[in-house]
Write a protein that binds this ligand. Structure first.
Ligand code: ASP
Length: 316
């Protein structure tokens, strides 16, 4: 176990939420309790070594923005560069946790652990899940050899690449799909099932250029997700092209299939210079490419992560 400093960065979420009644798990306001107060209320959290808590943002993660991502990536890189810091825990809302995790892995590619955690119940709940999740996240961040961006929720550890919110209410709301979790946290110990994530050098965009671009968060490339479904039409693509969209991810049916009307519009957009990527809307598996495919696939990334990947590639 690593007994050096763990930095806990607060960004808000349900974990910092307050409801009027302890029995209310859904009628709360997210992002109200400060990170120092949250951390101070968890018994035993600092037993294994020093902690630093810093509030980077205070928002409901459904409203996550590029500006917050840029600031968060900056703080992550700042603290990871300190020799006495073992790792970072990011306290985050569940709604876009998988997007922030993927973003941080792509942009920071950390050689130390960056562990995102969250809660499905507000801090005021009769039985809140946040404190245990934070304890577990700190245990993962202190684990010898831990590295890369992972998420910890309800005792499971997921990689940034695989993690997905799969339930809108239950406490165990995340899954790694058919990849399975990276491991489990059991009474403060990590049971690792596979290797820690490596920074993907072949896919990672030029991090230095990207970090510079992050300073001007308003200028991020316009990339949207469109979904293929019964009765899909091309009008949405035409409207987005009029807005100057630079990239489109199509959430496809099955193995990368797209409704013919939508596909015709996407191929026109592609011919006009818009970057188009196919990502399956199926929660498990990935698009298996075939000879003659006209639109590239996301190489296993979900639609929301394929969007971040495309945005970063357009930035790089
Ligand atoms: N809307 C909340 C958020 O993402 C949900 C949660 O944290 O569970 O911030």
């Amino acid at each position: 176990m690593n007994r050096q400093t763990i930095v806990i960065l607060g960004t808000g979420g349900t974990i910092a939420g307050r409801a009027a009644s302890a029995s209310d798990n859904i009628g709360y306001t997210a992002a109200e309790v400060g990170i120092e107060q949250l951390v101070a209320a968890i018994p035993g959290l600092a037993d294994a070594g020093p902690l630093i808590a810093e509030q980077v943002a205070q928002l409901d993660s459904k409203d996550m923005s590029f500006a917050v991502w840029a600031k968060l990536a900056g703080r992550v890189n700042h603290f990871l560069a300190q020799p006495d810091v073992a790792g970072i825990v990011v306290v985050h809302g569940t709604d876009t946790l998988e997007e922030t995790a993927y973003f941080l892995q792509a942009v920071c590619g950390p050689a130390k652990p960056v562990v995102l955690t969250c809660a499905m119940r507000p801090a005021t709940a009769l039985v809140p899940d946040g404190p245990q999740n934070v304890l577990d996240a700190v245990a993962v961040a202190r684990h010898s050899g831990a590295k890369g961006v992972v998420a910890v929720c309800a005792g499971s550890v997921h990689t940034a690449r695989d993690v997905q919110k799969v339930h809108p209410y239950q406490v165990d709301a995340f899954s790694s799909g058919d990849a399975g979790p990276l491991g489990y946290v059991e009474e403060g110990s990590l049971r690792l099932l596979r290797n820690w994530p490596e920074a993907d050098a072949s896919r990672a965009p030029d991090a230095t250029k990207i970090m510079a671009a992050l300073d001007d968060a308003t200028d991020w490339p316009h990339v949207e997700i469109v979904m293929s479904h019964a009765g899909a039409r091309g009008a949405v693509v035409q409207a987005l092209m009029q807005q100057g969209v630079r990239g489109l991810v199509v959430a496809t049916t099955g193995n990368g299939t797209v409704h013919q009307a939508l596909e015709a519009a996407l191929l026109k957009a592609q011919a006009a210079g818009v970057s188009v990527v196919r990502a399956t809307r199926c929660p498990n598996g990935r698009v298996l490419p075939k000879p003659g495919d006209l639109i590239p696939d996301s190489q296993g990334l979900s639609p929301v992560k394929a969007r971040i990947d495309l945005m970063l590639r357009l930035l790089g």
